[in-house]
Structures are given as structure tokens and as C-alpha cells.
Write a protein that binds this ligand. Structure first.
Ligand code: BG6
Length: 524
């Protein structure tokens, strides 16, 4: 792959450098000139994530100086209003310092179009706008669908009709057109397949970038480096040494203003089908042949195909636990239960907590359970992967010595880092054991802030790097794993909701579920 920009400060560097050469020279990656069209430009995602990420990339000189954004939305704003709203979002919502010079050069190429996403005229107008911008800003186009999912097929269809699924007339031969699609990608297997088919009628798979922002997190990206750039972990990363694995994504927040969406989604759809299964695949996959998009995505896919189906109905339900939070206390403050949240039915049976056990049928992992859990209104925000190793076969320190299994904890967030827990002798004349941690913290080791996931993902999409995006087959396989459980739960609504108080670690059933297997959830 080539980029066409000279990196900042590299006077005299050749205009086009291969990415590997850049890496070798430790040059930072910069995006080629392009125009990003955001559908849903007045929405929450654009304000909270996309604009701050783009502004940060601009400030870090990762975007071409001519980089342009065209916001499209049904909100009737003038261009100036759009620019002001985005500036406020960058400053107030993302808390970034707006540097006047940088903001001015970023804002110079912000455009805005208001209209109905189902109006053909909007796409004709958009095409004219793009044709006007392209000679100065570049012919490469990225369309970002940051709208409610029901609009994904509508927008893709119109882009196709307006021939915006390919470079504009007059574009140089190397120009490209890409589409980034937000989650949720479907709401079950059938709808995800349908959506893939519809989008594939307009865009080729290599033009499509399906977002799962967990893949853009530094700590998730580091799992591959940790596993495959170190010699000592891989030999023990298997059924001979690992007892089980726990993947937890705990949030202390509730559903906030997203009650309407969440009533349709729930924890299994919102978190497990996408983020947790992506993390599982990275933790458990085999080493790819090369560190490139397709070999990595092939290995993840192979792993997901080895995950044992949950079965149907009661069989699926026996491998999972669901919960819904009631009122409780978080950080000393009383908070309402899920059923009292805005836009939530007072009799809702939607799950805000889900835990399940998956097994992987391959030589590396046969017999090793992977426990996944995610919930809202848990005592704290903590996402981690815990590899729990087998205990020593025989303990020579006496029957009274109690030991914890060695555990390797990859902290995804917050306090990003990796800790290895092992037993040590407590100093003293007696032999007493106590677990201690060997702990790596990103903050103190690197002393540099980590980029936001959306910065990494947007830059990758501009560079045509699809490793950190979900391929169509992964999305469908992830749905095929989770859909039977979704259907079973929907067919038998829980009668005991709410079954955990906000500020606790989920329903008692979740603890009992692991206790029956002789194990316990970690407290992150
Ligand atoms: C989103 C979910 O995908 O991820 C939200 O829709 C959830 O419900 C969020 O809060 C969690 O992301 P993060 O990066 O805060 O862990």
C-alpha cells in the first residue's frame, strides 16, 4: 500500500512511501487526501466520537491539509451552525483543547447538507458538492453511516443509484470510494445476512468497513503483540495449562438517554455479539501467517467457526444467565432501576446483564470454558480478559495452604495494563503463601496518551487497512452463535426481573452458574 503525503517535517522525503518502509523509518502514518461524508452529522456519535477523533488526527498532522468533511443530516442547520456545533462538541463533549489555527484549517473544509436520507435529490446535491470539492480536496471518498441502523440499506441504495459507490467522474485511476458502517450490524442472523446482501449489491466487500470500536482500542490491539511478539506465553496458551478464560466488560453507567435503542437491543446484542466475541477471537485464535488484514481476519474467523453452538431453547438457556438492574447505589449515589429509565417500559423484560459459557472445539482449546459477561450498572467500569491457569497438581506446602490459581489479567480499560498473579512466600520465619501481582501499566511505561479507538479506526479506513474491521462472515457467524439464545430468551421472558441491584456484580444466578462448575467470577 502507498500513501501520497510527505510526512510533516520530512523535507525531501519521497512523495510516496510504502507503509512498511514508513514503519521501518518510524514515520507516522498519514492519510491520503480524501473527503469524508458523515450521514447522521448532527447525532451523538458524530459529536462525541467522530469529530473529536478527526480533529485530533488533524492536530497530529495525520490528515491531509485539504481533508474535507461533508455532514449530512435531517437537522436544518446552516453550514456555520454545523461548524459551531462541532467545535462545541470537540471542546465540551470530548474535552479537547481547541487550537485556533488548527481548528480554522479543519473547519475551512467542513460542509453541511440537510435533507431526508430517503430523498434522491439529497444524493444528487451531495454529488455536486463532492464534485466541487474533489479537485482541491482529493477524489477519494468515504461514506460514514452514523445513523439508526434502519437507514443503512436506504443510504447504501441511494449511494448506488447516484453512482457514489465508485470514484467521481474525472477521478484518477487510483481513487477509491469506501463505506464505514456503524454497529449494530443487524439484530439477528437473518437481518445481518439481509443487510450484507443489500450492501453487497452496491459495494464490494473490500470497500466495506464495519466498525467494532473495541478493535480500535490500544489494549485489544496489543493482545496480538503480547501473544505473538513474546516467546514465553504462547507455549502455555492452551488446554494443557489454561483452566478457563473470563472476558468481562463491566459498565457502571446505565442506559442513559438510549432507552429506546436499548429496549430493542439488550446486553447480548449490544455487547456480547460484537465486542466480546471479537475479543474472544483475538485471545483464542491461532497465529496468522502474516500480520495483514486478511490472514488475521481469516484466523479470527476460523476460531469463531470452532466455537461450539449453544443449541436451541432450554439447551442454550442452560449455558447463559441474564439479568436486569433494579434501583441501587453507585459511587454513593442512588440510581434508578432500568424500568425507571427514560423511554423504557415499566414492565420491560430486556436484559441489561448477560453471561454465557462458550467452548471451542479445536486442539488448542478443547475442554477449556470461556466465560463471557457484560452488564450495565455494575459497581465499576472495568473490561478485562483473565486467563486463569491450572493449579499445581500437588501442593507440598500442607493442607492448610490455600492458593489462588495463577492468573494473567489483560486490563482493557481503565488502568490499561497486564498483570500476572502468582503465589509468593510472605516474609517471615513461617511458610505462608499469598498471591502477588507483577503489573505493567501503559500509563507509567509509555507515558503517552493512547489514541481514541475512533482515531485509529478512521485513519485505518482512510489508509485502506481493514484488519480492525469486522468482515461479513465474522458478523454473520457471531450472529449465528448468539441468535438461538436471543430467540430462546425472547420466547421465555424472565419472570424475576429486576434481579440485581444497581451497583452489584449482577444477579446471584451468575455466581451460582460458575459455582456449579467449581469456579468463581473475578472481581476486577
Ligand atoms: C457500545 C454500546 O457499543 O459500547 C454501549 O452500544 C456501551 O451500550 C459501549 O456503553 C461501551 O464502550 P466503551 O468503549 O465505553 O467500553
Amino acid at each position: 500500500m502507498t500513501t501520497t503525503l510527505t510526512p510533516p517535517g520530512a523535507a525531501g522525503a519521497p512523495a510516496a512511501l510504502s507503509e512498511s518502509l514508513r514503519a521501518g523509518m518510524r514515520l507516522e502514518r498519514t492519510a491520503p487526501p480524501c473527503i469524508l461524508v458523515i450521514f447522521g452529522a448532527s447525532g451523538d456519535l458524530t459529536r462525541r466520537k467522530l469529530m473529536p477523533a478527526l480533529y485530533s488526527l488533524m492536530r497530529a498532522q495525520r490528515l491531509a491539509p485539504s481533508f474535507a468533511v461533508v455532514g449530512v443530516s435531517s437537522t436544518e442547520w446552516r453550514r456555520e451552525q454545523f461548524v459551531e456545533e462541532m467545535r462545541a462538541a470537540v471542546r465540551d463533549l470530548a474535552g479537547l483543547r481547541v487550537e485556533e489555527d488548527c481548528w480554522q484549517s479543519f473547519a475551512r473544509n467542513l460542509r453541511y447538507l440537510s435533507g431526508d436520507f430517503d430523498d434522491r435529490g439529497v444524493y444528487e446535491q451531495l454529488k455536486q458538492e463532492l464534485a466541487g470539492l474533489a479537485p482541491a480536496c482529493g477524489f477519494n471518498l468515504i461514506f460514514y453511516l452514523a445513523t439508526p441502523p434502519s437507514l443503512f440499506p436506504v443510504i447504501a441504495g441511494h449511494l448506488g443509484q447516484a453512482e457514489l459507490n465508485r470514484p467521481l467522474p474525472g477521478a484518477p485511476p487510483e481513487a477509491w470510494a469506501r463505506i464505514i458502517i456503524e454497529k449494530p450490524f443487524g439484530r439477528d442472523l437473518a437481518s445481518a445476512r439481509q443487510l450484507n446482501q443489500t450492501i453487497h449489491q452496491v459495494f464490494e466487500e473490500e470497500q466495506i468497513y464495519r466498525i467494532d470500536h473495541y478493535l480500535g482500542k490500544e489494549t485489544v490491539r496489543n493482545i496480538l503483540v503480547f501473544r505473538f511478539a513474546n516467546g514465553i506465553f504462547e507455549p502455555i496458551w492452551n488446554r494443557r495449562y489454561v483452566d478457563h478464560v473470563q472476558i468481562t466488560v463491566a459498565e457502571s453507567l446505565g442506559v442513559e438517554q438510549r432507552g429506546r435503542y436499548y429496549e430493542e437491543a439488550g446486553a447480548l446484542r449490544d455487547m456480547i455479539q460484537n465486542h466480546l466475541l471479537q475479543v474472544l477471537a483475538i485471545v483464542a485464535m491461532e497465529a496468522p501467517a502474516r500480520f495483514e488484514s486478511e490472514p488475521v481476519r481469516d484466523e479470527k474467523m476460523k476460531l469463531l467457526q470452532s466455537v461450539c453452538a449453544l443449541g436451541q431453547g432450554e439447551t442454550a438457556m442452560a449455558k447463559a444467565v441474564r439479568g436486569q438492574y433494579g434501583p441501587g447505589i453507585i459511587l454513593g449515589q442512588p440510581v434508578p432501576g432500568y424500568r425507571e429509565e427514560p423511554d423504557v417500559s415499566p414492565a420491560s423484560t430486556r436484559e441489561t446483564f448477560a453471561a454465557l459459557k462458550l467452548t471451542i472445539e479445536n486442539w488448542r482449546w478443547a475442554g477449556v470454558p470461556f466465560y463471557l459477561r457484560s452488564g450495565k450498572r455494575l459497581p465499576k467500569r472495568a473490561s478485562e480478559v483473565a486467563i486463569v491457569f491450572k493449579s499445581p497438581p500437588y501442593l507440598m506446602f500442607g493442607a492448610e495452604a490455600r492458593i489462588e490459581p495463577n492468573t494473567l489479567v489483560i486490563r482493557i480499560q481503565p488502568d490499561e495494563g497486564i498483570a500476572l498473579r502468582f503465589e509468593a512466600k510472605v516474609p517471615g520465619t513461617d511458610v505462608r503463601l499469598r498471591p502477588v501481582d507483577m503489573d505493567f501499566h501503559y500509563g507509567s511505561s509509555f507515558g503517552e496518551p493512547q489514541p481514541e479507538a475512533y482515531e485509529t479506526l478512521l485513519l485505518d479506513a482512510m489508509l485502506g487497512e481493514s484488519m480492525l474491521f469486522a468482515r461479513y462472515d465474522f458478523v454473520e457467524t457471531a450472529w449465528s452463535l448468539t441468535t438461538p439464545l436471543l430467540e430462546a430468551w425472547e420466547a421465555q421472558p424472565a419472570a424475576n426481573f429486576p434481579n440485581y441491584a444497581a451497583g452489584t456484580w449482577g444477579p446471584a444466578e451468575a455466581d451460582e452458574f460458575l459455582a456449579r462448575e467449581g469456579r468463581a467470577w473475578r472481581r476486577p
